[in-house]
Design a protein around this ligand. Structure first.
Ligand code: 5GP
Length: 189
């Protein structure tokens, strides 16, 4: 008989439980709703990792807003940043004169956001802010001004709530650290 594979079995430690994540996202949504109460901000979600965060965040913001997406290159099948950032999918709307909020899943070296920030800044938005769910402060290689952060986390590779390893584990409702065996298997397959 075939045994069912459960994602939970690959997790060594749950770093942030699902209900804790949800509570914090609601708090961030409430604060951002006050900040943007007089404008219609554009939330720019960075695919694919920020998708669950963006969806929960926008539902915690009961104000008029617009949602757009960009995709940038990530680690691919590795857990180390290559240092090169590429835009895989660009915005399909203009942002000149608009209040823009970049919604990012995690800031590690800061290279991705540093690039994205200056790329969007060059398009002359009225304001440009960043909200990141997770911040690995110790891993930073370039300073990026983060306006709002959900949680500061240790310098560990994490998965879940949008974050992947080799495109898997995004559907976990919590943030966790993988068992070494699961990492080895994902990188091999
Ligand atoms: P940075 O450019 O700041 O080094 O990395 C940003 C991107 O790298 C994130 O948007 C995310 O896609 C990926 N990343 C960084 N740290 C982690 C991690 O711990 N786990 C996963 N799954 N992705 C990460």
């Amino acid at each position: 008989m075939k045994t069912t594979v459960r994602l939970d079995d690959s997790i060594a430690e749950v770093l942030i439980e699902a209900d804790v994540l949800q509570d914090r996202v609601k708090e961030l949504g409430a604060r951002l709703s006050v900040l943007y109460k007089d404008s219609v901000p554009i939330l720019v979600g960075v695919l694919k990792g920020a998708a669950p965060f963006l969806v929960d965040l926008m539902r915690a913001m009961p104000i008029p807003l617009q949602v757009e997406f960009m995709a940038v290159s990530s680690y691919g099948r590795n857990t180390q940043h290559s240092g090169v950032v590429r835009i895989l999918m660009d915005l399909v709307v203009g942002i000149e004169g608009r209040d823009v909020l970049i919604v990012e899943d995690i800031v590690d070296t800061g290279l991705t956001l540093d690039y994205l920030r200056s790329y969007l800044e060059n398009q002359n938005p009225r304001s440009l802010r960043i909200v990141a769910l997770l911040d690995k402060v110790e891993a930073r290689r370039v300073a990026v001004p983060l306006d709002y952060v959900g949680f500061q986390i240790p310098n560990e590779f994490v998965v879940g709530y949008g974050l992947d390893l080799a495109e898997q584990y995004r559907n976990l409702p919590y943030i966790g650290i993988l068992k070494a065996l699961a990492v080895a298997e994902a990188l091999r397959s």
